[in-house]
Design a protein. Structure first.
Length: 149
């Protein structure tokens, strides 16, 4: 049901976006509680991030994303970390914004530094990612600031 809500043609239109973002949040919560659901649904959940309109729900969902990355959740990251570039791009869109709690930006920065230190090739290949092309110059700057701070 939540999949249908999130992928409907008009899901993110103004009159539907609140319900859609709540469905995205609920999908993430289900994934967090049930590993069997998470295996198939976390990549879909990631594709709907970041939450843009409901700031309160955005903070909850983005905190969940951070927690899953900190736990090295394979269902989210992928067996060979193939979804890490998409996650980093989500981080770029939410860093230092009101879509995360202030301490969340520090957690994201720490995660980005871990990637920089342990898997620099991921950051080096990031510009080839389709999600990276969607980032604004300010969002790209936020990523650079977090990595270099």
């Amino acid at each position: 049901m939540m999949h249908a809500v999130c992928t409907a043609t008009f899901a993110f239109d103004d009159e539907n976006v609140a319900a859609t973002e709540n469905a995205v949040s609920a999908l993430g919560k289900l994934c967090k509680r049930h590993e069997s659901i998470a295996q198939g649904a976390l990549p879909l959940w990631l594709s709907f991030l970041p939450i843009q309109h409901d700031k309160q729900e955005a903070r909850v969902v983005h905190a969940m994303l951070i927690e899953l990355v900190q736990a090295s959740n394979t269902a989210l990251l992928g067996a060979s970390m193939e979804r890490l570039p998409a996650i980093i791009c989500v981080f770029g869109r939410i860093l230092y914004t009101d879509k995360v709690e202030p301490e969340a930006s520090a957690q994201i920065a720490a995660l980005l530094k871990q990637v920089h230190g342990g898997m620099p090739h991921v950051l080096q290949s990031l510009p080839q990612s389709p999600e990276f092309a969607k980032l604004t110059p300010e969002e790209r700057g936020s990523l650079e600031k977090a990595i270099s701070s």
